[in-house]
Design a protein around this ligand. Structure first.
Ligand code: NAP
Length: 489
């Protein structure tokens, strides 16, 4: 064995292998995933650069058809992919299937963008001159994704990047690397050439850092916590790379006296406890007008108490586990902190370890009431099935509470009066507002994203999602065929 191959064999042996387990039952091992190291980033970038030179020349409609075929494969394999997603992340099968199908719809949308993608023309001050813009790919793009949407996030980000003609290196969350690899396999089966999408599972501190800092990575698309996102943003900005960060949320639902309380309670409970509260858009605050707060809390507690916890693959299970032991400690830590602050617990608050929950990371759906807006639990993202109810006396007070957090992702109002609803829609400081519906959800055809501590650098999905992965080039085309004075007088 030569010295260099001995060195590489020893490097191979030192690589960490991550055991990907089911958070509902830690004895269920999904995969053993070999982690990439920082040293793997350089060859991945070289492969991506080579693939980009070919892929950029493939006509955009043809690039779109690859996504269309991937969408069709996804639809036929939706149940199998959803089962895997439930095992890897813990959400229920129906939530997982919804995530898979939303990914397919997004691929269908961006397949169409292959036919629509373009710039615009403008009249020139000069005779026989054409002014137009070309929308062009950036080159090598890094995508860094979180664990809570292990399928949707890779699809949402890499889909538009690929149809725009870029080559993508995707670093999935270390907790959920398997679904991202399935996405790459499906795209390969749909005809995506080698090297256009590479999956590089590895730790954020190592592989993520190396991607963010690499001079040939033209853009970084990150989704994750605001703390890591702000660091990624600053580092990428230092070398003037393009960067977008979609981050955490502290999403409030306002309930006014003329709301239908049954509808509101249903929406708040599904926003707070659906997917175990592990959605960036999860409902974390309920800002209730005092005229209806009592009746609303009664209904919310009843909803929380009837939820069945367990393995999301089993029939009748409404809520799965949190994703791992670290997340369990973090959620229980928030609950304990609120208790120490003297906040009143209306239901929940404990880890569940009996029956169907004995081998997983389960937390009861939890509701705190009479929470002051300044309490830690009313300000920080908990990212678990925990709801804080705050009572207010007017719409303006509700707006002050909703806008009084540093995040700005999603919010919702339940009300009947159109002027109150529109005042809320106009004044609330978020990227997405829902009316008489939960704070969660997004659709491929409308931009998704937040402001303040929740998002920076552009929206995802729809036409706006494509803008991030392209540059506009302005073209001044003089077809007079002779020299002329081109000053504008
Ligand atoms: P996270 O800890 O910030 O990690 C997100 C990704 O960044 C992971 O792939 C992580 O790798 C990587 N990473 C960690 N350190 C890094 C570094 N120094 N440089 C580059 N990359 C690094 O977030 P998470 O816990 O996975 O996800 C939950 C968070 O995501 C919540 O705050 C949630 O609100 C947010 N989220 C936001 C949206 C949205 O659209 N706004 C959507 C979904 C989730 P490792 O896994 O190896 O640590």
């Amino acid at each position: 064995m030569s010295t260099s191959s001995a060195r590489s064999a020893s490097r191979e042996a030192q690589r960490r292998v991550v055991i990907d387990v089911n958070p509902a039952d830690t004895s269920d091992v999904i995969a053993e995933v070999r982690q990439a190291a920082a040293a793997d980033v350089e060859p991945a970038v070289a492969r991506a650069k080579a693939a980009f030179e070919q892929w950029r020349d493939v006509p955009a409609p043809e690039r779109g058809r690859v996504l269309a075929r991937a969408a069709a494969i996804t639809r036929t394999r939706a149940d199998e992919l959803a089962r895997l997603l439930t095992r890897e992340e813990g959400k229920t099968f129906s939530d997982a299937r919804g995530e898979i199908i939303r990914g397919a719809v997004l691929l269908e949308w961006y397949a169409g963008e292959g036919l629509r993608m373009g710039g615009r023309t403008r009249p020139s001050e000069m005779r026989s001159t054409l002014l137009f813009t070309l929308r062009q790919p950036l080159g090598v793009v890094a995508v860094i994704t979180p664990w809570n949407f292990p399928w949707a996030e890779p699809v949402w980000k890499a889909g538009p990047a690929i149809v725009a003609g870029n080559a993508v290196i995707l670093k999935p969350a270390s907790l959920t690397p398997v679904l991202a690899q399935r996405y790459a396999d499906i795209l390969r089966d749909a005809g995506l050439p080698e090297g256009v999408l590479q999956i590089l599972p590895g730790s954020g501190g190592e592989v993520g850092n190396a991607l963010v800092d690499h001079p040939d990575v033209r853009a970084v698309s990150f989704t994750g916590s605001s703390e890591i996102g702000s660091d990624v943003y600053a580092r990428a900005a230092r070398r003037l790379a393009k960067v977008t960060c979609e981050m955490g949320g502290k999403n409030a639902v306002v309930v006014m006296p003329d709301a239908d309380l049954d509808v509101a309670a249903n929406g708040i409970a599904s926003g707070a406890f659906g997917s175990t509260g592990q959605r960036c858009t999860a409902t974390s605050l309920c800002v209730a007008h005092r005229a209806v707060a009592g009746g609303l809390v009664e209904r919310l507690v009843a909803h929380a108490k009837k939820l069945r916890l367990g393995n999301g693959l089993e029939d009748g299970v409404d809520m799965g586990p949190v994703v791992d032991a670290h997340q369990l400690d973090s959620v229980l830590g928030h609950i304990e902190g609120a208790r120490r602050e003297g906040l009143r617990l209306a239901t929940g608050g404990r880890r569940v370890t009996d029956g169907a929950c004995e081998r997983g990371f389960f937390v009861e759906p939890t509701v705190f009431v009479d929470v002051p807006p300044s309490a830690r639990i009313a300000q920080e993202e908990v990212f678990g099935p925990v709801l804080s109810v705050i009572t207010v006396g007017s719409l303006d007070e509700a707006l002050a509470v909703t806008n009084g957090v540093r995040y700005g992702l999603s919010s919702s109002i339940y009300a009947g009066d159109a002027s109150a609803i529109m005042r809320f829609v106009e004044r609330v400081e978020v990227g997405m507002v829902h009316v008489n519906s939960p704070t969660v959800g997004g659709e491929a055809q409308i931009p998704f994203g937040g402001i303040k501590w929740s998002g920076v650098g552009g929206r995802e999905m729809a036409e706006e999602g494509l803008e991030f992965y392209t540059e506009l080039k302005s073209v001044f085309f003089d077809y007079t065929g002779h020299a002329r004075d081109s000053k504008i007088y």
